[in-house]
Design a protein. Structure first.
Length: 276
């Protein structure tokens, strides 16, 4: 029979043998884990903010749209420090220029029209700096409503300052007559356009909340979406740039469960991720 000391020694050996076997198995798996691909990172997509009385502001529908599209939203603070803005944008994979006030006419070489509405010079300066830096970094860009108009101006285009007075032949209601509501109308996309592919359709019922629109589209871009009255509702690059603009609010449509809008944001995020 084994003595107590012998039994203790045998137990000690068996226990340590089991531990050594487990350690050996883990060591054998190390090369496998080292070679395994890390989980795909969600692209970081910056969203421009509005400004009022010294406070940044943003409708959180933009944030949710990017998140649901598969990206990680990052708010770009309102500032005019070009070094700080560049430092931030260098870390991003794409940007969304959000909606807001009218763009100052001097930015596209015109004097103010009688029907021009609120202009925010700080917001304009900030937005144009963001677009200029993003353009230099070749970041993918999506402009929505004011953002679409602003990108067009930044690249050399112009705007109608007031659709009803400057284009009375565009007779659709592009803005709700009752405060708190939104007008709705159809938008038709060119069948071979990127925007049609991103939305997954050539005809879309969109919301509408604007009194300005693209007049002369910027060099290197083409209008590929129009309302039935002829109003420009979307453009894209003809030079391979990952830049798109839509006059309506797909983030608002997505908040109401629109599947085509979800397709659009997923497609945008995929294109941003592919560019990384």
């Amino acid at each position: 029979m084994r003595s107590v000391k012998q039994k203790t020694f045998v137990t000690f050996v068996e226990t340590n043998y089991t531990i050594m076997k487990k350690l050996l198995c883990l060591l054998l798996l190390v090369p496998f884990f080292a070679l395994a691909k890390p989980a795909a990172e969600r692209p970081l997509i910056g969203i421009s903010c509005g400004e009022a009385n010294g406070r940044a502001k943003l409708n959180l529908q933009y944030v949710e749209a990017i998140r649901k599209g598969g990206g990680t939203p990052v708010l770009i603070p309102v500032m005019t420090d070009s070094v700080a803005l560049r430092d931030l944008l260098c870390r991003l994979d794409g940007i969304v220029m959000s909606g807001g006030e009218d763009v100052a006419p001097r930015r596209y070489g015109e004097t103010p029209h009688a029907k021009l509405e609120e202009v925010n010079e700080l917001r304009d300066t900030y937005d144009f700096m963001v677009v200029a830096i993003a353009r230099d970094l070749k970041l993918p860009m999506l402009g929505i409503c004011r953002g679409e108009q602003l990108i067009n101006v930044a690249f050399g285009g112009t705007l109608y300052q007031d659709i009803p007075s400057q284009r009375p032949d565009w007779n659709l209601s592009h803005r709700a007559r009752v405060k708190g509501e939104r007008a709705m109308h159809d938008v038709v996309f060119e069948a071979n356009s990127q925007l049609a592919k991103m939305f997954g359709t050539t005809k879309l019922k969109t919301n509408s909340s604007h009194h300005q629109a693209v007049k002369d589209v910027a060099p290197g871009f083409r209008v590929v979406a129009r309302a039935v009255d002829g109003t420009s509702e979307g453009y894209e690059s003809t030079e391979g740039l990952l830049v798109w603009g839509v006059q309506f609010h797909p983030e608002g449509m997505l908040a109401n469960g629109d599947k085509d809008a979800l397709n659009f944001f997923k497609a945008f995020v995929r294109r941003v991720a592919k560019r990384k």
